[in-house]
Design a protein around this ligand. Structure first.
Ligand code: SF4
Ligand code: SF4
Length: 339
């Protein structure tokens, strides 16, 4: 990937702001701890062709480059076949930063002395991190995004969640390149968030826009409002509040998505001064439920579900097969985000 190509590819801030104002903002969340270059590159390619406004990634240089490669490939494909991919958009790349103990920044860890190879964990994994090989489960850490389904599935207590290790030199977050930032507040107090924002002021100022992810499951309605308003007051520009329902649980059921919608309703009723974007359990039903409830949200972020509906293509296909089936894959994916 040449520097020249990278420079040519730039998202439109105007389009992002317009999408937020009109409620059509769509973000694809690759995962704050997902370090699979192949997944991120292909997700970025597919969802750029679908018209997503943002690709949300972990804060590593190689993952940023993977997202960029996917976006550039999408741009070239759409340039050659504009009639087939009319929704193509250059998305902004948003890097995820962690204030403290946030569950998005964890990966599974397996204690093989306890494992009895029952394969229950493999059945639950939505990211391809766990697979079956010769009757045993195999684990590819880079594909793990920390959903903890395998922990719940394992009756042998063989799985725990551990914080992503950023100590290795090559794993240090590459804060140098990004279009936008997301701050994951996790279980942090408002004082801890404030300290983080103040400490990283210079980095934040370089972001075209900022999103702050808030876990709605921590609070009752009054507490949620107080916390969100305190966060909003830390920034001079209008921020996106990503209101998380049940994180990393984008299943097919109604119950998957109702938490984030209910939490968003609290914030919208109170007319908080932020763009309210849903996430955490969002799926193919989210948009319809939002419309039924008459909520004027700014947008939706799709993570687990966006990956799940095209995972077999992303994981199983070689490059030639992936390219040959691209239109079919985009047709599946676009149904999710064009609503
Ligand atoms: S189920 Fe979730 S936590 Fe477990 S390996 Fe798969 S992605 Fe990682
Ligand atoms: S569920 Fe637990 S015991 Fe069964 S294969 Fe997975 S780690 Fe091993």
């Amino acid at each position: 990937m040449t520097e020249e190509k990278i420079k040519k590819i730039h998202f439109s801030k105007e389009r992002v702001l317009n999408a937020l104002e009109t409620g059509s903002f769509r973000k694809i969340i690759c995962g704050a701890s997902n370090t699979s270059e192949k997944q991120v590159e292909r997700l970025s390619l597919v969802y750029s062709l679908c018209g997503a406004e943002v690709i949300d990634i972990s804060a590593y240089k190689h993952i940023y480059n993977a997202a960029k490669r996917g976006i550039i490939a999408a741009s070239e494909i759409a340039g050659l076949k504009p009639d087939i991919y009319p929704k193509f958009n250059i998305p902004a790349i948003m890097k995820s930063l962690n204030v403290g103990d946030d569950k998005h920044f964890k990966k599974a860890n397996f204690n093989l002395t306890r494992c009895i190879s029952c394969l229950e964990c493999v059945k639950t994994c939505q990211s391809g991190a766990l697979s079956k090989d010769s009757g045993k489960s195999t684990f590819e850490s880079e594909k793990c995004y920390g959903c903890a389904r395998c922990v719940e599935a394992c009756q042998q207590n063989a799985v725990t969640m551990v914080k992503v290790d950023r100590n290795a030199e090559e794993d240090k977050p590459d804060i140098g390149k990004f279009d936008a930032l997301e701050i994951h507040t996790g279980n942090s107090s408002i004082e801890e968030v404030k300290r983080f924002v103040d400490f990283n002021k210079n980095i934040m100022e370089k972001a075209n826009f900022i999103s702050v992810s808030v876990d709605s499951m921590r609070f009752n309605s009054a507490e949620l409002l107080e916390y969100v308003n305190s966060v909003i007051n830390m920034f001079k520009d209008k921020i996106i509040v990503q209101i998380d329902g049940i994180s990393m649980r984008g299943g097919t059921k109604n119950s998957s998505t109702v938490q984030t919608i209910a939490a968003a309703a609290v914030l919208l009723d109170a007319k908080v001064n932020a763009y309210i974007q849903l996430s955490g359990g969002t799926n193919h039903l989210t948009s319809d439920f939002v419309n039924l409830a008459g909520l004027k949200i700014s947008g939706i972020g799709y993570g687990t579900f966006a990956k799940k509906i095209i995972l077999s293509y992303i994981e199983d296909f070689g490059d030639d097969e992936f390219k040959a089936n691209l239109h079919k894959i985009v047709t599946v994916a676009v149904k999710l985000i064009e609503k």
